[in-house]
Design a protein around this ligand. Structure first.
Ligand code: SAM
Length: 331
């Protein structure tokens, strides 16, 4: 039953964008006046559950809900609760989510009750004014309350920060000390050229090789084999005792170990974050009450998973490498 792609990689990790909508408008992620999908195009929560279940039957062991902002999808906890049965049965090793934290104070306890153990919270700055500027609509205090609630509920929190030149580069050492002081790992991410935004990505892009070199002037970083199933490569930071992850889609292509595929809220399966090719699973899902058609469509799609992506950010190419925004497929 396992899903193995043409390059011998076993697909065991599904990321599901449960909505393309978000209550923030991060400048590097979205345009301010984004056109979102009409609600009628979305899969119902029951259909999302059915699709996820087919993937789990086909060998997915780790499932991450993302978006858009997953916690703004109406009745999202119904889906989380439904999916948690696969944790109880042992079919699924981990159910987790990536969130901007704005709704966490409402949902943290229930997430923990559903068997969620770890979550990723995206946070690019600890400065309230800068936070409002980069998210356009967000408020730092709400996210801080969300992080507090998550930790109080016993959830392990990892922070994700997109490294942005002249925005948070100087602040990252302080963010790292703060995160490690609260027992949270911090992962930094290179900005990827996905979707049209108002700004120029060339101005924002900070290669993490440069960030690492600059951090190494202040901190002792030691590579460690720690893995969470995702693309981050981790170092141990001697001065803080914590872990720092690097996600480097631009400077170091991490595709050779890719174990992931991504499902959107309309039932489109993307076999690679950095390519346009996709497979429609909604039609085969709706065409039959049984799962044979959709299972066959998944097999066909995995057979087309590409070797990798080639994101390019430079002044000669103003168009994004991939036309869809990150909010379609989630992080
Ligand atoms: N709303 C949730 C959140 O904020 O985490 C989940 C979706 S969001 C699209 C997932 C992650 O993608 C966030 O950490 C965000 O900062 C990151 N992201 C968005 N656009 C990006 C881009 N162009 N390059 C790199 N990371 C990006």
């Amino acid at each position: 039953m396992n899903m193995i792609d043409p390059f011998g990689r076993t697909i065991s990790y599904l990321r599901v964008s449960v909505t393309d909508r978000c209550d923030f408008r991060c400048t590097y992620c979205m345009a301010e006046d984004m056109a979102f999908l009409p609600k009628k195009d979305l899969l119902s929560l029951e259909e999302l559950d059915r699709l996820c279940t087919v993937f789990i039957e086909k060998g997915v062991r780790k499932l991450r809900l993302t978006g858009g902002e997953p916690l703004v999808r109406k009745n999202i906890m119904h889906l989380v609760r439904q999916l948690s049965r696969h944790l109880d049965s042992g079919a699924l090793e981990e159910l987790t989510l990536t969130t901007n934290g704005s709704q966490l104070s409402r949902f943290a306890a229930e997430l923990a009750d559903c068997g969620v153990k770890r979550i990723n919270v995206s946070l690019d700055t600890l400065d309230a004014d800068k936070f409002h500027k980069i998210t356009r609509w967000g408020h730092l205090d709400k996210v801080m309350q969300g992080i507090d609630a998550a930790q109080a509920a016993g959830l392990k929190v990892k922070l994700n920060a997109v490294a942005l030149r002249d925005f948070n580069d100087v602040e990252l050492p302080e963010m790292m000390r703060w995160a490690h002081g609260r027992g949270m790992d911090l992962t930094v991410i290179e900005t990827m050229p996905m979707g049209e935004i108002e700004g120029d990505r060339t101005d924002q892009y900070l290669p993490l090789s440069l960030l690492r070199a600059s951090l190494e002037r202040q901190f002792t970083l030691t590579d460690i084999p720690f893995k969470t199933g995702g693309p981050a490569r981790y170092v141990h930071v001697a001065e803080t005792g914590g872990r720092l992850g690097f996600i480097t889609p631009m400077t170091h292509n991490f595709c050779e170990s890719c174990n992931r595929v991504r499902l959107t809220c309309t039932g489109t399966l993307y076999m690679c974050l950095g390519q346009e090719d996709a497979a429609d699973l909604r039609a085969p899902l709706r065409a039959s009450e049984g799962n044979e058609l959709v299972a066959a469509a998944i097999d066909e799609a995995i057979g087309r998973k590409p070797k990798g992506h080639d994101f390019i950010i430079d002044r000669r190419t103003s168009r994004p490498s991939v036309s869809r925004h990150m909010s379609v497929t989630g992080g």
